[in-house]
Ligand binder design. Sequence first.
Ligand code: NYM
Ligand code: MG
Length: 255
Amino acid sequence: MTNACYGTVFKALSFGTVTLPRSLISPRNLKFPFKCSIRQIHMESNNKSDSRGALIVLEGLDRCGKTSQCSRLLSYLEELGHSVESWRFPDRSTGVGQMISSYLTQKSQLDDHAIHLLFSANRWEKRSLMESKLRSNTTLIVDRYSFSGVAFSSAKGLDLDWCKAPEAGLLAPDLVVYLDISPEKAAERGGYGGERYEQLEFQKKVALSYQMLRDDTWKVIDATLPVEDVEKQLRQTVLECIQICEKGKPISELW
Ligand code: NYM
Ligand code: MG
């Protein structure tokens, strides 16, 4: 086969648009010297199946505005036609979640380590569902995640690395947004709801723990800005993140 003929065969295989001359399809003529090139073309054409939803996490002190920003973001992305769900941790609907809820509402007492592990278990019980949602192209907006777990427990004095350990292997977020507000300003916002941890002195310690956890991949937004301004910044950074995941960014794990 001449070089010109190889050229025709490759063109046909790569783009599927050129009809191969019958004489070239006979097994005798199909001696490809570049087998691996064909395999590579096949992989490239499969890229669409790597497209996935984004795991977006919002973090911050109690009363920083996370919950309302999550629901505004959900409506916005739905209006744009994205497949998106809003999640939160703790997820109080499960058995583990009910134990956590009873602890937070002061109906039960638990050792600090034990409650830390329950918060972590509450994420582990959702891990596989989370992964299948992402793989089926659904973006998840998550109100609190592992960073809350580590920030709140280490603020009680538990060792930071000990707190991080049970989170290892959970899905890594594609974006962490930190809604930044001082503990004093947060406390001024209509008061706390009376759950455990909702006290100014404790929130000051949580703010310090968050500072230790934060790295420059986090998007920090000034949560004292008007709601619409926070929302605008959030939308922009979230859309960029969704686009990157659509292109097939691999899923990774903490930490
Ligand atoms: N919290 C939340 C933890 O202490 N560890 C965790 O892992 C998570 C996810 O629960 N004060 C704390 C932070 C909050 C409290 O959360 C309940 P929310 O978002 O207020 O329902
Ligand atoms: Mg709260």
